[in-house]
Design a protein around this ligand. Structure first.
Ligand code: APR
Length: 321
C-alpha cells in the first residue's frame, strides 16, 4: 500500500533526508520535490538519490524543480521551506520564534503553491516557528483541521525517550513518552505519561535525573544547533515526520504527539498546539485529552500562552503582506 504522490516542499537538509527515506521506504509511487534554490537544488538532489536507487534496488519516479507545479497531484505534502536556526558568530543561539519574520513570507508562497497545485493534500509542516507556521498555513489555506498538522511532538517525545533510555540503561523501544505544548523552550514533557517497559519512569530514573532530562529535552534542538555550528537538526525531524506520514498512508490509527488545531480541548480554542492525536487515513482523526496533574496543566497553559503570542504576531504580519 502506498499513495500515488508525496509532495516535499524544501529540498534542504530535512527535505533531502525526506526524499531519500521516502524513496527507500517506497511510500509513494511518485515524489514531487520543490526548492527555490538555484541553479536547481531539488533537481540535483533528486538526481543524486535516483542514481543511487539501483544500488538499493528501488525504482524512483519523481518531478523535481524550482516551481510548485512539480507538486501537482500530491496527496500528502511535507513542508520544510524556511530558514533554520543557526549559531550566531558570538556563540548565542536564536529562538525558533526569531525565524518568524523570514519564514512567514516563505510560508505565504508555500501556501499559494499548495493552493494552486494540490489544494486537497494533507499537509505536515516542519518549518519553524512550528506552531505559528502551521497557524499561518491554516489562515491562508483554511484547510480542514484533520488535513493540516505540524511535526514537533514526535521529535520532542523521541528526544525525551532517548535521554530516559540512556539513563535507565534500557532500549529506547521500552520507553514511552509524551511532550506536549508549543515547539519552543516552554514545551511540556509529561512525566506522568512516561513509562519504561510499561512501568512508571520513576521506578528507573531518579527525580533529579528526570528534572535534568526534561530541561535537556526542552532545549534539545538548541543543543544540536550549538554543536553543529551550521543549521539545525535534520535527520530526527525527517524521521519523525515520516512516522506521521506512514500513520496516515497505512491508516494505522497511531497515537502521535501532533501539532493540531484545538477547538476546546485542553481549554484552548483556535490554536495549533502539540497534543496526542490519532493519525489515520483521515489525517488527524481525533485529539486525545491526556490526564494531566496540576503542575503539568500550569506548564501547558504557559506554553500555550507563548504560542498565542506568536500567532498574534502572525495575524499582525499577515495584514501587512
Ligand atoms: N519555496 C521553497 N523552498 C524554499 C523557499 C520557498 N519559498 N524558501 C526557502 N526554501 C528552501 C531553501 O532554499 C532551503 O533549501 O528551504 C530549504 C530549507 O532547508 P535548510 O536551510 O537546509 O533547512 P532545514 O534544516 O531543512 O530546516 C527547514 O525546518 O526544522 C525547521 O527550523 C527549521 O525552519 C527550518 C525548516
Amino acid at each position: 500500500m502506498s499513495i500515488n504522490k508525496l509532495g516535499l516542499i524544501g529540498g534542504g537538509n530535512i527535505g533531502g533526508v525526506l526524499f531519500a527515506e521516502a524513496a527507500k521506504r517506497r511510500l509513494a509511487k511518485r515524489i514531487g520535490f520543490m526548492d527555490i534554490k538555484p541553479p536547481d537544488l531539488a533537481k540535483g538532489k533528486a538526481l543524486d538519490i535516483a542514481e543511487g536507487a539501483p544500488t538499493i534496488s528501488t525504482d524512483i519516479h519523481y518531478d523535481a524543480g524550482k516551481e510548485f507545479n512539480v507538486l501537482e497531484g500530491s496527496e500528502i505534502v511535507i513542508n520544510t521551506a524556511g530558514v533554520p536556526r543557526t549559531k550566531r558568530p558570538d556563540g548565542t543561539i536564536p529562538t525558533r520564534e526569531e525565524l518568524l519574520q523570514t519564514n512567514i513570507k516563505i510560508t505565504k508562497s508555500v501556501a499559494e503553491g499548495i493552493q494552486k497545485y494540490c489544494p486537497d493534500a494533507t499537509i505536515i509542516s516542519i518549518a519553524n516557528p512550528l506552531d505559528a507556521i502551521v497557524y499561518t498555513l491554516y489562515k491562508i489555506l483554511q484547510t480542514p483541521k484533520n488535513k493540516l498538522m505540524g511535526m514537533a511532538g514526535q521529535l520532542d517525545s523521541g528526544r525525551y525517550r532517548y535521554f530516559v533510555a540512556q539513563e535507565a540503561g534500557v532500549s529506547v523501544e521500552n520507553v514511552e513518552a509524551l511532550v506536549l505544548g508549543g515547539h519552543g523552550d516552554n514545551m511540556v514533557p509529561i512525566r506522568s505519561c512516561c513509562r519504561v517497559g510499561g512501568m512508571p519512569v520513576e521506578k528507573f530514573v531518579s527525580k533529579e535525573a528526570l528534572d535534568a532530562i526534561e530541561t535537556r529535552t526542552r532545549k534539545a534542538g538548541g543543543e544540536v544547533v550549538g554543536l553543529m555550528g551550521i543549521g539545525s537538526a535534520f535527520v530526527s525531524p525527517a524521521w519523525a515526520a515520516l512516522d506521521m506520514a506512514e500513520a496516515i498512508i497505512y491508516d494505522k490509527n497511531k497515537i502521535i504527539a501532533t501539532c493540531a488545531l484545538l477547538e476546546g480541548e485542553y481549554g484552548v480554542n483556535g490554536l495549533f498546539v502539540g497534543v496526542p492525536a490519532i493519525l489515520n487515513k483521515e489525517g488527524v482523526a481525533k485529539v486525545i485529552e491526556a490526564d494531566l496533574n496540576s503542575a503539568e496543566k500550569e506548564a501547558l497553559a504557559k506554553s500555550v500562552a507563548g504560542v498565542r503570542n506568536t500567532c498574534d504576531e502572525v495575524e499582525a504580519m499577515l495584514k501587512t503582506m
